[in-house]
Design a protein around this ligand. Structure first.
Ligand code: GAR
Length: 203
């Protein structure tokens, strides 16, 4: 249906942000408010825990395994092209990266420019890349958090849509921070998506 605003969520892991988004979409009635729904969850890993969660939530799942393309001349380009083809088959208004742990090529990002969103477990522009919680601890930060941003060709540096701050307390480890930050991620990601929908997809 042309006036549907489909959301495609990309995951690589446990999918807790994906589940928070699917639940918020239902709880807050995005279908009625924005004609929006989560049309598909796509993982680059067949064993991603989030796939079973999505199926339990009744959301269509697909797998595009990046390893399948490892013997190609341009493995990243070939994977990104197939991933883009599968995403576009759902005619998405918005593509949401939720713990999707692959760096996307500039041509992929260009194809989805303006409709590609990510969540990152730090207060960007601090700590782009990996191991954000350990790096925040090593730097002696007293606060850390999470950032929702639009994706641009430069890693973890597109326009910021939302941030949540969490305290770093005595005795914290990367593990305790993961939990505290994830709790906030599950609040700010659905809220940022709904704010985007209210601007771009009002029914
Ligand atoms: C989240 O903490 C997310 O911010 C992070 O991966 C985790 C996925 O958890 N994303 C990145 O590090 C992206 N570079 P989830 O699979 O339970 O949503």
């Amino acid at each position: 249906m042309s006036n549907e605003h489909n959301i495609v969520i990309l995951i690589s892991g446990s999918g807790s942000n994906m589940a928070a988004i699917v639940r918020a979409a239902r709880r807050d009635n995005w279908a009625q408010k924005y004609r929006a729904r989560v049309a598909a969850v796509i993982s680059n890993k067949a064993d991603a825990g989030g796939l079973a969660q999505a199926q339990e939530l009744g959301v269509l799942t697909e797998v595009v395994e990046h390893q399948v393309f490892s013997d190609r001349d341009d493995p990243r380009g070939a994977f990104d092209a197939e991933l883009a083809r599968r995403i576009e088959s759902h005619r998405p208004a918005l593509v949401v990266l939720a713990g999707f742990m692959r760096i996307l090529s500039p041509s992929f990002v260009a194809q989805f420019q303006g409709r590609l969103m990510n969540i990152h477990p730090s207060l960007l522009p601090a700590f782009p890349g990996l191991h954000t919680h350990q790096r925040a601890l090593d730097a002696g930060c007293r606060v850390t958090g999470a950032t929702v941003h639009m994706v641009t060709a430069d890693l973890d540096s597109g326009p910021i849509l939302a941030q949540a701050v969490v305290p770093v307390v005595l005795g914290d480890t990367a593990g305790t921070l993961v939990e505290r930050v994830l709790h906030q991620e599950h609040l700010i990601y659905p809220a940022a998506i709904e704010a985007w929908l209210s601007q771009h997809a009002a029914a």
